[in-house]
Design a protein around this ligand. Structure first.
Ligand SMILES: [Zn+2]
Length: 125
């Protein structure tokens, strides 16, 4: 949802690379919300510095787009009449992956996805 922490996707916890344990998300301190940066120093001294939790670029588990553009795009994809469910799932994952990599949706990316989501003038019509 809008305002969800983009490090943890809103669940407030982050699994480490080994998947054995979770740590409180440093981005939101467990609230799952995209916190304001003034509280960013609040809790970190309790955990080990640096390598305890890296923001992962890999999309895993159900997440939602965190940018307004991404959310808008996701709803366009979901509402698309030309995409299969598989294609929608793949595009949604792509959106979230793109967001986590770039921090937002680029215009190029928006165009690329919209082109696939819209019937538009295509060879078949
Ligand atoms: Zn978080």
């Amino acid at each position: 949802m809008e305002g969800d922490c983009r490090l943890c996707g809103g669940d407030g916890r982050i699994g480490n690379a080994l998947g054995r344990s979770t740590a409180t998300c440093p981005g939101c301190h467990g609230s799952g919300r995209r916190g304001d940066t003034s509280t960013a120093f609040h809790d970190v001294t309790k955990t080990k510095p640096s390598h305890h939790a890296r923001p992962e670029a890999v999309a895993k588990g159900p997440k939602v787009p965190v940018t307004p553009e991404g959310a808008q795009l996701a709803s366009e994809v979901s509402a698309s009449t030309v995409l299969t469910e598989d294609a929608k799932t793949r595009l949604l994952a792509e959106i979230m992956n793109h967001e986590s990599t770039h921090g937002r949706c680029t215009q190029t990316f928006l165009k690329k996805v919209r082109k696939q989501a819209r019937p538009g003038p295509g060879p078949k019509s």
